[in-house]
Design a protein around this ligand. Structure first.
Ligand code: SF4
Length: 443
């Protein structure tokens, strides 16, 4: 049962020393109760209190790491039902299934390894390979695990089989790499838990809905495996939505520990479009891992973009650093554009400038991550502030002709800017970024 802020407060040192970054112990206790702080942030709390508070401050959904190194994937640790209340924490991992009898396995592995794209400054990729024992043969599963370990050594791996002996052999290829074992159920639970424990793997349990799962997780925990992933057996979109919502609500609203684990969803379909739609349901509604059948570029782009939007903090605009960005090696005669530091604006504008192949300087002004019109309306992209930024940057010394091109949406600023930026010519550029290549080439 979760503790209240006052109950937690009674266990803290009550010195109000502020070392935790909060003004008082009570304020820190309230943050702990809301699961917005960690007990470790207070250096003076006693071990006894820590033990009591550990439960209260632990996230209601356990965090689990798949894989190791730079490409390790963390899932779980969610605290919210709705993404607009506060951000979702660890983005849902997309895993591609490779059957152990697949004839195109090498190509599929390669698709996963090369799946990374850069979108608005973030690296997005397929997070894991799920090797399924479709053949039913332990030797084939072992051979495919060996191939994946060789060809994709940095990618997180999930071994899916109901055969504990076959799982043990396959997992041996991923020692020290935090693999996951999927396929435990009420019939093989003890054997699978023993294999997962020995291999240092997390264990995914399949049940017939949340109710059955809640009984199984307790047994797995008793067998010594803490890192558990839930598979409620849902395949239809309706069931995925229903089961995932029940699990998330039970963990968050009822503090029901047996369901406080990440969820894996199997979205594979013969029809790629339908598969993408089902995977989207999982991404939007509480799946921590979504398994698809292939890593096609169009499908990745859809799922990565959706996931990025769902897992972006709605209270913190994505922004880039204020600076003068030089695109295509501009010289003194290159034009100077200005825009705001909202990530999406920056990447769209810089992308269009790169496409134009016209060497250009791009002044990106800190407007707290707001887009051009919003920043202007909020008084953060005004003539005075733009003039101060341009003057302080010293960019004028690096220009043959002092000319600043402003976004068409803020054409209204041109007169005031000419008054404030003495010696500068102000030119109004296009409203939309996609008109920039033609604009730059025509100059
Ligand atoms: Fe209180 Fe600990 Fe925070 Fe100090 S660091 S104010 S003792 S909670």
């Amino acid at each position: 049962m979760a503790m209240t802020g006052v109950q937690i407060f009674k266990l803290l040192p009550k010195t109000n020393c502020k070392k935790c970054g909060h003004p008082t112990c009570l304020a820190f206790a309230m943050k702990l109760a809301a699961r917005q702080a960690k007990i470790d942030d207070c250096p003076d709390v006693s071990d006894e209190a820590k033990a009591q508070l550990g439960e209260a401050s632990a996230p209601p959904i356990r965090g689990i790491t798949l894989g190791s190194g730079d490409k390790a994937v963390k899932v779980g640790e969610e605290t919210e039902m709705f993404r607009h209340d506060k951000k979702f924490v660890n983005p849902c991992a997309i895993a591609v299934e490779i059957k152990d009898n697949a004839t195109d396995a090498e190509a599929k592995i390669q698709d996963v390894v090369t799946s990374e794209i850069d979108r608005v400054g973030q690296k997005l990729r397929v997070g894991a390979i799920l090797i399924s024992n479709a053949s039913g043969d332990a030797g084939q599963l072992d051979a495919m695990a060996k191939l994946v370990a060789e060809k994709a050594p940095d990618t997180a791996v999930i071994i899916s089989t109901g055969n504990a002996d076959a799982a043990k052999t396959a997992l041996a290829h991923f020692k020290g790499k935090a693999p996951m074992l999927h396929g435990a159920d009420s019939g093989n639970l003890e054997a699978m838990a023993a294999v997962a424990k020995e291999a240092g793997a997390s264990l995914s349990i399949r049940g017939n809905g949340p109710e059955e799962l809640s009984g199984l997780t307790e047994k797995v925990k008793a067998a010594g495996v803490e890192d558990i992933v839930l598979d409620p057996g849902s395949t239809k979109a309706r069931d995925i939505l229903e089961h995932n919502t029940m699990i998330r609500r039970s963990a968050l609203k009822k503090s029901f520990k047996p369901l406080g684990y990440p969820v894996i969803t199997f979205a594979q379909r013969d029809n790629a479009l339908l598969e993408t739609l089902v995977a989207s349901v999982g991404i939007c509604k509480y799946s921590s891992i979504v398994v698809v059948s292939s890593a096609e570029k169009w499908k990745n782009l859809v799922l990565f973009t959706l996931r990025q939007n769902i897992y972006t903090d709605p209270q913190v605009p994505m922004q880039v650093k204020q600076d003068i960005y030089r695109i295509s090696d501009p010289g003194k005669s290159a034009p100077l554009l200005i825009t705001t530091n909202f990530s999406l604006t920056y990447f769209i504008v810089s992308g269009e400038v790169e496409n134009s192949k016209v060497p250009t300087k791009l002044a990106v002004m800190d407007c707290e991550g707001l887009s051009v019109l919003t920043a202007w309306a909020a008084g953060k992209f005004t003539a005075s502030k733009i003039a101060a930024f341009i003057q302080e940057s010293g960019i004028g010394d690096d220009m043959e002709t002092k000319e600043l091109i402003i976004p068409g949406y803020v054409a209204i600023l041109s007169g005031a800017l000419e008054d404030k930026l003495e010696g500068w010519k102000i030119t109004v550029g296009p409203r939309e970024a996609n008109a920039l290549p033609a604009f730059l080439k025509s100059r």
